[in-house]
Design a binder for this molecule. Sequence first.
Ligand code: AMP
Ligand code: GLY
Length: 450
Amino acid sequence: MKVLVVGSGGREHAMAWKLAQSNKVERVYVAPGNGGTAGEAKCENVESPGGDPAKAEVQEALAVFAKNAGVDLTVVGPEAPLAADIAGRFRAAGLAVTGPGAAEARLESSKVYAKSFMEKYGIRAARSAAFTGAAEALAAVQSRFSAGAETGAAPLVIKADGLAAGKGVVITADQDEAERTIRSFMEDGALGEAGKTLVLEEYLEGREISVLAAVSVRPGQKGTILPFVSARDHKRRFDGDRGPNTGGMGAIAPVPDFNAAAQRDFEEAILLPTLKGMEAEAFDYRGFIFFGLMARGDTCHLLEYNVRLGDPETQAVLPLMDADFAGLCAAIEGGTLGDFSLAWKTGAVCAPVAAAAGYPGAYRGGDRISLDRRAFEKTGAILFAAGAVRDGGAETPGGELETGLRTAGGRVLAVSAWGVNGTEARQKAYQALQAVSFEGMAYRSDIGAA
Ligand code: AMP
Ligand code: GLY
């Protein structure tokens, strides 16, 4: 079987790595991939139809490539190509693809659509209202903050409707900040079209949990949804959840505080109603879904859907999967997910991210990434590259090995280490991270700390 992975991040490296482990898989193409996928066994980056896979012409070129190369299945990593209907385009060309089409991808690409879906199917979520005009949104903010100290004191969450690369959600502390945010999104067009419509949402306290799941729903048929082990991203840049938001500074799986009662609550209040909603809407949803949860005690609320696997959650979750990932992707696509037996390894994975100095602000690239291979291998960790490109390094006599990688992005790489429990996983992950170095390497030292 030949597989094509679309994307270039750490998530896609982890997907390619896991796909390549399958006996069924002879080749994994990654478009465009990164320096890590270029060096992975059985993997090959696809440069020729290059460019951004969210663009229609690149998607057309990739479909031609997939046909010519005899690709049996394409698995899409990021949201932007899905929102731009790469799955619809591939299916129209007779190609098998794991990932939802643009209509279903609105669960992520439109917050307004996602909130209306949650409401329609009784999925437990934060209370919210959608606005298409700044005047109405500002009026709603004014009446909320004048309604009394009790509600007015709590933060208000403002969400741009469209995809905004992590910049579309602002947790505003007071009326002034809420009004400024609304003006900047709706009047000044700070996020372009994405911010012209927005959602005002109540703020929820709690601990965030990510649940990724495989979904196979076809119109007129009963669907299947299989949740993965839980994971937790660490979105703020600095230890103790301080500092600016990032794409994710590290992940753990599973989440120790997501206990059996909370899992049951999630299934009843969120997971199963989501599946019912997809069936009722006659979705053709063959792909992954990501539930962004806020848990307080054993009660879960849904903050958001993503129509793909999470990054960096995938780098922590896939090393725990005790099943053939290529087989899983094929079962999702072929409608046989109900017969697939998805199993998980015991223990835990901790996956801290190493970022370039300055990230998430301006950062430089081009620094050599080196690795003390012996020290790294002792930990059994895996290195998943993200913002890193291949550079043809060479082994040095002392055992120091240039990885052959140079930095080329904000989040440069993640190391994923397994342990019998979270504590051991964390210890091994940080040991592994000590074996990696590049100029200005920056990371959080509390990924997975309780
Ligand atoms: P989203 O893009 O919806 O995932 O939002 C980004 C981040 O904002 C989430 O991961 C949460 O940390 C935070 N967030 C979103 N909605 C809420 C909410 N209603 N209450 C508290 N935090 C939220
Ligand atoms: N880790 C959050 C995301 O992938 O959106």
